[in-house]
Design a protein around this ligand. Sequence first.
Ligand SMILES: [Zn+2]
Length: 235
Amino acid sequence: MKKKLKKTAKKKSKPVNHDLALREQLVSLLKGGEAHVHFMDAIEGFPEAKRGAFVEGFRHTGWQLLEHARIAQWDILEFSRDAKHVSPGFPESYWPKTPGPQDEAAWAKSVQEFQHDLQEMIKLVKNQKTDLCSAIPHGQGQTILRDFQLTGCDLYTTCEPCPMCLGAIYWARPTRIFYAATATDAAGAGFDDAFIYDELKIAPAGRRIPMTQLLRDDSLAVFLAWKQEENKTPY
Ligand SMILES: [Zn+2]
């Protein structure tokens, strides 16, 4: 018992390597899973006969979405690591011209290239020589860690986004959101999205978790400093 306690104490005092922790978190986000359907889970078993089929209400087929993901990821990867990279014309060159793949080989090639580039991106993030936070020298403020704008992108989701995701979506500013189930459907399954949406309509002090305002003037000084800062990335 004593030994065990000692071991735990030792573990606790070990300093956290923040750089390594951040890289590990990024790699797990790139690999997917957790709250999201993994890319390969969505691709595997995709019925061959439906690869080029349009579903009512969707603007793109499975093949077009696969190719779009491959091209967009390739563009981000090459932009991140090559100053001479020239992005294709947006949006026309980010989408295949035909609804379906030419043949089985074209589909397989697209999947293989997507996976290859994903592994390259993971390698780039894992490499401790890669500076995650400084602006990419040949970019316009983007960093490897984040390019927060999703201008021109469409977002597809199985459910109306929860308020947390909706906030992130609004900051990233995609063009459109397509969703299947509603927040009320999610509430029916035990995810209390509808409750949070209702809370948003109530004044902060009256919410189930009451919010109290403090030290506004002190906080405004921080915003004033931000407004006056010349070397900033505008949101
Ligand atoms: Zn969410």
